[in-house]
Structures are given as C-alpha cells and as structure tokens.
Write a protein that binds this ligand. Sequence first.
Ligand SMILES: NC(=O)c1ccc[n+]([C@@H]2O[C@H](COP(=O)([O-])OP(=O)(O)OC[C@H]3O[C@@H](n4cnc5c(N)ncnc54)[C@H](OP(=O)(O)O)[C@@H]3O)[C@@H](O)[C@H]2O)c1
Length: 334
Amino acid sequence: MKKYNIAVVGASGMVGGELLHLLETRKFPAGEFYAFNSGRKPAAVRFCGRSYPCAAPTLAALKKADIAFFVSTDEVSGRFARRLAAAGTWCVDDSSRFRLAPGVPLVIPEVNGGELSASRKLIAGPNCTLTGAAVALAGVRRKFGVTELRLATYQAVSGAGRSAMVRLEEELRAYLKNGAAPALKGGFPRPIAFNLFPQVGGFDAEGNSAEENKVEGELKKIWGDKKIKISTTAVRVPVLRGHSLAAWFKTARPCSLAALKKELGRTPGLKFSARAQAYPTPLENGLRTEVVYAGRLRRAKTAANEFQLWIVSDNLYKGAALNSVQIAERIIRL
Ligand SMILES: NC(=O)c1ccc[n+]([C@@H]2O[C@H](COP(=O)([O-])OP(=O)(O)OC[C@H]3O[C@@H](n4cnc5c(N)ncnc54)[C@H](OP(=O)(O)O)[C@@H]3O)[C@@H](O)[C@H]2O)c1
C-alpha cells in the first residue's frame, strides 16, 4: 500500500494531539512524519510509538510532506498553505484563514465530500460549532429544504485551545478554594467557572460576534445555499469538551415529525435518538466520539413548518481533527 509523508503544523496543540491519535488509530498509511510547533519552546510528540521533536515550520521542510495538516493559527496557515498547495502538497487547513476563500473547498466529507477534487490541493475544514448542525440537518435539507435556521450554542472551552482548558480548571480550583473567581489574565472576556458568556470572538458593528458570523458564512458555503437565513447566539459554557446546539429550523416543504425522524435516522455521520429522554450531552457524547448526536426533535410552537432539535458533537474530533483525517482518507482515493 502506498504511504504518504505527513506534516502536522501545530502538533503540540489540542487539535494536533487528537489528529496524531486518529491518524494512528484509523491506520492512516503514514510514511515519514514531520511535527511542527511555534518553536518557542522545546517540545516533542509521540506518533506510532516514536518520539518526534517539534520545530518551527519552513516552506522547504513542509515540502517534504505529501499531506500537511494545519492545526495552528490563521497566520501560519496564511503564510504557508497556498504556496505549499501550489507546490503539490495536499494542505488540509483547520484554521479559519481560507474557509470562505473562493476556490477553496470547505468540506465535511459526509455532507459535501463531492467538493474534493485532485486539482484543488488546499482544503479547509469548518468551524467546530457549525459542524454539528451541518451534519445533523444535511439530509433534512436535501429532502425537505431548510429556509431558516436559528441556533443557540453552548460551546466548550477546548474550542479555544489548550490554554482555555487550563484556564477553566484553574478558575474552578480557585473558586472552590476562595469562593471567588481569580482575576482575569487575558484569554476569555469574563470568568468562566460557574459562569457563561454570550461572546465567542470580537463583535462587529452590528453586534454579532466573530463566531456567529462564521457559523452563518460557513454553513451557507457548505450547504451551497446563499439564500438560507441563519441567526445565531454563540455562548461559551464551562464544559471542557463537546459543543451543544439548540436548533430551530424551518422546512421549505411541509413534513411530518415521522418523516423528519426517518430522515434524521438515516443521515450519514448522525446518531439520532427519537426518544425524548435519550438526548445527548457533552459529557456523555462529546468526548472522542466520531459521530454527531441529536435528540429532542419536536415541532416549534412559533411557526408552521418549524422544528426544534438538540445537537451535540465533539469539537476536537468531528469539529476539527477527525474531519481533517476523514478529508485525508478521501483525497488519497481521488
Ligand atoms: N479547538 C477546537 O475545537 C478547534 C476546532 C476547529 C478548528 N480549530 C483550529 O485548529 C487550530 C488549533 O487549535 P487548538 O485548539 O489545537 O489550539 P492550541 O491548543 O492552542 O494549539 C495551537 C498549536 O499551534 C502551534 N503554534 C502556535 N503558533 C505557531 C507558529 N507561529 N508556528 C507554528 N505553530 C504554531 C502551537 O505550538 P506551541 O505549543 O509551540 O505554542 C500549538 O501546537 C486553530 O487554527 C483553531 O482555530 C480548533
């Protein structure tokens, strides 16, 4: 079997660690392996039983790879990914740098895997928050059409990287010891222990957060639907891992609950529970899980043809590392 040389830029990070684990456990045909980080402090990662030192990336070093995974920062992806792809290396980018760039496919394999082609070597993976909605509603959208979508998000701190997880743990310990949140040290805009806040990223002139705008723009691109109306309130919650969504969606054509349940039951990448009590939670369904979970389907009381659904997915797996590995598994078959 052909083997592929792999580079991971951001190998020492949260998503990088999960990516290495998945490449190994899913038996990706990896040849040589190259690990990159910021180079600011010595670090090594383990992959397939060996330890690899991390180094700061250079274009020359990255060119040794057949496939490069970018799981670091927008700036790093911007600096290397286009030039590297032009030189013939597949680039799977998990940053937001190229997600809305024309000509760059933004891909969730089970939703729009057909966008992958041998000639487009730079591929973006979407924001971890919208992945759950994109997967869960893909089949419903195809069968009945979706004209409007409202989302309230409940986003885990790991969506903001390793330092945010450490931050939550530190705040919780300090709160339990002293009865108050410690002073903020940058990072989150408000205390997160025993708290939540409706701000993920900065605000635009209309008062929408960066995350809310990403959800709208990226979902429209993935679903290939510029007309769908999407409105989101993105909220950071004191959960370590697993993003949850409360979704309200309006279908274009009338449909029964039974028909919706049938569609959700056969949507690729989704595990749907029709029983009300069998709803997913981040603790039970958001840790190293490979599918998106949904439950609590019901008619909304606000409009005809409007329905409600509760969705949970692992932001570090399907929202990031797993999606990237699934993209790589597809491109080596092109
Ligand atoms: N967390 C999620 O749920 C999620 C979901 C979807 C997409 N993403 C995207 O995935 C990427 C990584 O997120 P994360 O949560 O894993 O963050 P993280 O835990 O903070 O890790 C960031 C990684 O990037 C490396 N890095 C930072 N600056 C660099 C530089 N100048 N050159 C090379 N490497 C550099 C870091 O290396 P050092 O250890 O040396 O600092 C570290 O390995 C981001 O683009 C994020 O938007 C994250």
